[in-house]
Design a protein around this ligand. Structure first.
Ligand SMILES: Nc1ncnc2c1ncn2[C@@H]1O[C@H](COP(=O)(O)OP(=O)(O)OP(=O)(O)O)[C@@H](O)[C@H]1O
Ligand SMILES: [Mg+2]
Length: 276
């Protein structure tokens, strides 16, 4: 029987947000593969698929959840039926709507979701959120509730400028997470990529005053495309590929760093839904 006070005030769930300035830089791929790796390491993982669009987590995992959070809100089903157990051991909640829509519920709906998430939070070690690209004011509470934010970028100048702007806005608005990480994806040459990511980190440090807790490089590899086409996470297809090892590197940093908690899990959940 879990200690109720602990459940209410100190759930173990850590919230990890995968974000980017520009779209199509690999957020959903990282969210899915990181979830699988954390699960393989013995953590209980819930992946929150907030992308109702094209290449969402369901598609990348080749699963079709029967119900979405929308069905729960319409009182068609209980929350247990919305939690889909994937063959990878990762639990998945499909929102069936954009994350922006999530926070525009009415008060009664918010109360129901908060109550359910309070219970759910006790069952997981990590809750991974896959974000839409760019900074979105509607999502401020989500950023603030994160323990870790992973900022995805590619090496192209447009992606870098967008990533820089994203980080800067978060910091200017006081939404800086406890732990900030940068993942440079679709890197063609690791040595070049290392130079670019170091330059990027030093510019962010100098002009924004933020030091990333870790930086990661992920190579552009046909395997990643193949994993999308076959709907199997690449960490499962080939554990020793560079992108798989990069995901393990991210998992190392996330699990090693004991984040000083700003808020308890339930305080965060309430904040997310404007009830804090
Ligand atoms: N390391 C890589 N090597 C090869 N292809 C890649 C790599 N990373 C991403 N891609 C390609 O980019 C596509 C987009 O990836 P993904 O859907 O994860 O991006 P996203 O940031 O979630 O996009 P959106 O902003 O639209 O949600 C993938 O379907 C894949 O084809
Ligand atoms: Mg995506």
């Amino acid at each position: 029987m879990p200690n109720q006070a602990e459940g209410l005030y100190g759930s173990r769930a850590r919230m990890v947000s995968v974000a980017s300035g520009k779209g199509g830089v690999g957020k959903t791929l990282v969210a899915v593969n990181l979830s699988v790796v954390l699960q393989e390491r013995g953590h209980r993982v819930l992946l929150f698929d907030t992308d109702a669009g094209f290449a969402n987590a369901e598609i990348l995992m080749g699963v079709t959840p029967k119900f979405t959070l929308k069905d729960f809100l319409k009182k068609k089903v209980g929350i247990e039926e919305v939690i889909f157990r994937t063959p990878y051991g990762v639990d998945l909640i499909s929102t069936g709507m954009d994350v922006e829509d999530l926070i525009t519920f009415n008060v009664e709906d918010k109360g129901r979701v908060v109550n359910e998430l309070r219970k759910i939070g006790e069952d997981y070690d990590y809750i991974i959120f896959d974000f839409p690209p760019g900074f979105n004011e509607q999502l401020e509470r989500f950023y603030l509730s994160s323990d870790h934010v992973l900022v995805l970028t590619a090496t192209e100048p447009t992606a870098l400028v967008n990533a820089y702007t994203f980080v800067k806005i978060l910091v200017l608005k006081g939404l800086e997470p406890v732990s900030f990480h940068v993942v440079m994806n679709m890197v063609k040459d690791l040595r070049e990529g290392r130079k670019v990511v170091e330059k990027f980190s030093s510019v962010v440090s100098k002009f924004v005053g933020v030091n990333f807790d870790s930086t990661h490089l992920m190579k552009f590899e046909p395997l990643v495309r193949e994993s999308v086409a076959r709907q199997i996470p690449f960490v499962v297809l080939k554990k020793t590929s560079q992108p798989s090892l990069a995901i393990h590197g991210i998992a190392d940093r996330i699990t090693n760093k004991i984040v000083a908690k700003k808020l308890s899990f339930i305080e965060r959940v309430k904040l997310l839904f404007g009830m804090g």
